[in-house]
Ligand binder design. Structure first.
Ligand SMILES: Cc1cc2nc3c(=O)[nH]c(=O)nc-3n(C[C@H](O)[C@H](O)[C@H](O)COP(=O)(O)O)c2cc1C
Length: 365
């Protein structure tokens, strides 16, 4: 099967392993790219020197096209320190009640500086850059293109897709309401931008087709197998971006408790959560989400994210899945724990099988 999108990027399959900040170590990225998909390093929480070091590791593991994903954020953040103090008190009390020997602390910075991360991405020069939470400046887009980097902008509505297309993005990743992890929304409140992928894809494809240049649409959200990929392509997607499906791969660095919980997740337990990071994200409604202290609920991203980071790390080390951010998409119960290269091969086998079944050719793929 040929795919113009895959051909353009020099990969074999129209399949992107989503950048997942904190969970996509070089081993996972390289395994997916080595198997013919596009592996992506979720670098949103990484300092510039770590981005460069991990990019070097990915290249050392196999020189295949890969992506780096960043969150588009301001360089500096103001925080209401009285609100921070109150939230810390309540979060610490919650951890004490839960028997976790960890307390919040004030980090040196609320988040890495985006402009420094961007400079590191340019230096690392991956084949693809994937951005979420906002649109980059025209000069930044020009810089990426000058370096031959293909730019994918994340959108949760047609208006956001148009904003990325106007900015000059090469493709848009349409994040349906089903998607795991943080909402990429930047023009609308996350709650207003919860469009299901079956509605979002054809709307976005129509809007992008009306443009003078070709802007491929990538499908993200709730896709767990090759049938789902084919369904997305039937609705006009050029490729599929899967996050949750890769969380149970042995190469993924998600906490063991989180990996253990995912196959048992029921659809109604997956919900939108602000309590871990201050920004709407989809994940498993667990004990922490239920017990989230009131004062912390008002803090914005990335302030709350930085405050809860040591708590989440401690919860992971203690095997307390119920106290860590178990991000996942609505179809998480369909995860198949297996090495990433095997998962890529299986997804593409299912994709071929589904295509043949649809066209009435029942031969084995
Ligand atoms: C654990 C996790 C972390 C994520 N982190 C990022 C990220 O760093 N950057 C990004 O653009 N998208 C991120 N996403 C969203 C994915 O790009 C994608 O939209 C989503 O995984 C698709 O839905 P699915 O999880 O149901 O496959 C994350 C998703 C998950 C599950």
């Amino acid at each position: 099967m040929t795919s113009p999108f895959a051909d353009r990027l020099g990969i074999e399959h129209p399949l992107i392993q989503a950048p997942m900040a904190g969970s996509t170590p070089p081993e996972l990225v390289a395994a997916v790219s080595g198997a013919g998909g596009l592996g992506s390093l979720g670098a949103g929480y990484l300092e510039p020197q770590t981005i460069l070091a991990q990019a070097t590791q990915i290249r050392a593991l196999g020189d295949r096209p890969y992506a780096i994903g960043l969150f588009v954020l301001p360089d500096e953040f103001d925080a209401d320190m009285a609100a921070v103090a109150k939230a810390r008190e309540q979060l610490d009390a919650l951890m004490a009640r839960e028997g976790l020997d960890v307390r919040t602390s004030l980090p040196p910075r609320w988040a890495p500086r985006f402009s420094d991360q961007f400079a590191a991405l340019c230096e690392a020069r991956p084949a693809v850059a994937i951005f979420a939470f906002g649109v980059i400046a025209p000069a930044q887009l020009r810089e990426l293109h000058q370096r031959g980097i293909y730019v994918i902008g994340t959108a949760t509505t047609v208006a956001e897709a148009r904003a990325w297309a106007d900015a000059g993005a090469d493709a848009v990743s349409m994040q349906g309401a089903e998607a795991g992890g943080h909402r990429g929304s930047f023009l609308h409140d996350a709650e207003d931008a919860m469009i299901g992928l079956f509605a979002l894809l054809p709307l976005a494809v129509r809007a992008m087709t009306a443009l003078v240049r070709d802007v491929p649409v990538i499908a993200a959200g709730g896709i767990m197998d090759g049938r789902g990929m084919l369904a997305a392509e039937t609705l006009g997607a050029a490729a599929s971006q899967l996050g949750t499906a890769f969380l149970t791969c042995p190469e993924c660095s998600a906490a063991e408790a989180w990996k253990r919980d995912l196959p048992h997740v029921e659809d109604h337990q997956v919900t939108t959560i602000r309590g871990f990071s201050g920004r709407a994200a989809r994940g498993l409604r667990n004990r922490f989400v239920e017990a989230m202290p009131e004062a912390a609920q008002g803090l914005p991203y990335p302030v709350l994210n930085a405050l809860t980071a040591p708590l989440r790390r401690a919860a992971a080390e203690a095997g307390r899945g119920d106290l860590l951010s178990e991000w996942c998409g609505q179809a998480a119960g369909l995860v198949r724990p297996q090495p990433a290269a095997e998962l890529v091969a299986r997804l593409m086998y299912e994709h071929r099988l589904a295509a043949r079944t649809l066209t009435g050719t029942q031969n084995t793929p």
